[in-house]
Design a protein. Structure first.
Length: 396
């Protein structure tokens, strides 16, 4: 059987991938089993900001795997402390808590915020509330999908955990009005990624910051997709000049090699966790720590944040210059661009299929948005190659 047939025959049916079977990858390029080459403009939802199979990160993975891979946190391991220091120095927080997937980091932040609310803020047991936003994406666990506004993410998976309220994304006044004495935290994506690359109005995050500071509420920034250079800053909240109380990183934290996520916060918040309160068998393992250290070093030493800012601005300008009646809006920051099509264009998926035949891998989000998010190692020449093809498909 062909690989696709094997997947169909034996795999659960929770995905509907494009009909391309990737066999290997390097930098911004991937090759299918027939040897056809594609420019990867999804970058595994920003997990491969550093480019596929970056030699330095691969090397860290192999070297650490040969020494010791998993210890569990019943013991110390020789890589973890250095990872903590590096991620704290990069983010400017005092403490780091490592997990594996992004959803686990979100779950960790929810537990952290609730425990903080009960032990520091004095919220009555069982009453803590977390405010989040419509059109959010924070992962796929039952607690998280319980406060999704996307019907397909929720339908059939209840009952859900109580204690969450959704507000309109971009509306600072609504957030101000919704905060009450039991509010533990506001959980926000600085730019909504899966929601369609939605950049909130100027001042929105600053207003959230003000409300949270005034009312003693934690501001949690989910930077799992927006962080680590994707938007042309190391962290997307820097565009707004604010500092969240808690920040979540994942995806590119391990450069696409191995799942590593982290929650960072200052000690006065993070120290509500005591030994035994929370954990993960693989969280903080030496391979993950070594891979994340290499991934962060590559981001910084190769100037990928600057590249994202510079080429992102260029790409945005070129895409906005395309005259095509089916384009409603081109928006984004850094190398994170959404091309929203009008309803009558018939959905973004068929455009992504066409782009694939031209050698470009893209993935639609929210039916009508073509998302453009190549690895941040992309060079101007390859970017032009991609933009030429997008222009051809949009105007063809
Ligand atoms: C991808 C993503 C997550 C979930 O990460 P997983 O590793 O898939 O669990 C959470 N939040 C945001 C903003 C994401 O983009």
């Amino acid at each position: 059987m062909k690989p696709t047939e094997l997947e169909d025959r034996y795999g659960a049916r929770n995905y509907a991938p494009l009909d391309i079977v990737i066999e290997r990858a390097e930098g911004v390029w991937v090759w299918d089993i027939e040897g056809r080459r594609y420019l990867d403009c999804l970058a595994a939802y920003s997990a491969v900001n550093q480019g596929h199979c970056h030699p330095r990160i691969v090397d860290a993975l192999i070297r650490q795997s040969r020494k010791v891979a998993v210890t569990s946190r019943a013991f110390h391991n020789a890589e973890l402390g250095a990872f903590f220091r590096e991620v704290c120095e990069l983010t400017g927080y005092e403490r780091a808590l490592p997990m594996n997937t992004g959803a686990e980091a979100v779950e960790t932040a929810i537990k952290l915020a609730r425990k903080w609310a009960y032990t520091r803020k004095g919220v009555e047991p069982g009453k803590a509330e977390i405010l989040a936003f419509g059109n959010n994406f924070h992962g796929r666990t039952t607690t998280i999908v319980g406060f999704s506004s996307e019907p397909q993410y929720r339908d059939g998976f209840g009952p859900f955990a109580p204690g969450f309220e959704l507000l309109p994304f971009g509306d600072g006044a609504a957030a101000r009005a919704a905060v009450g004495p039991n509010t533990a935290a506001v959980l926000v994506e600085p730019i909504q990624g899966e929601g369609g690359i939605i950049v909130p109005p100027d001042g929105f995050l600053a207003e959230l910051r003000d409300v949270c500071s005034e009312r003693n509420v934690l501001l949690i920034a989910d930077e799992i997709q927006s962080g680590l250079g994707r938007t042309g800053k190391m962290f997307a909240h820097e565009h707004d000049g604010i500092r969240p109380d808690v920040m979540l990183l994942g995806k590119a934290l391990s450069g696409g090699l191995y799942p590593v996520s982290v929650v960072v916060a200052d000690a006065e918040i993070m120290d509500v966790f005591r030994p035994g309160d929370h954990g993960s068998t693989y969280g903080g393992n030496p391979v993950g720590a070594a891979v994340a250290r290499a991934a962060l070093a590559v981001l910084q030493e190769e100037g990928l944040v600057e590249n994202s800012a510079r080429l992102g601005e260029y790409a945005l300008r070129r895409l906005r210059g395309i005259e095509a009646p089916q384009v409603r809006e081109v928006r984004g920051r850094g190398l994170w661009i959404g091309i929203e099509l009008v309803e009558s264009a018939g959905g973004a998926r068929s455009y992504c299929e066409q782009l694939a035949t031209h050698g470009l891998l893209c993935k639609e989000t929210h039916d009508h948005v073509i998302r453009f998010a190549p690895p941040l190692v992309i060079e101007r020449e390859d970017l032009d190659w991609a933009l030429d093809r997008i222009e051809r498909v949009l105007t063809g």
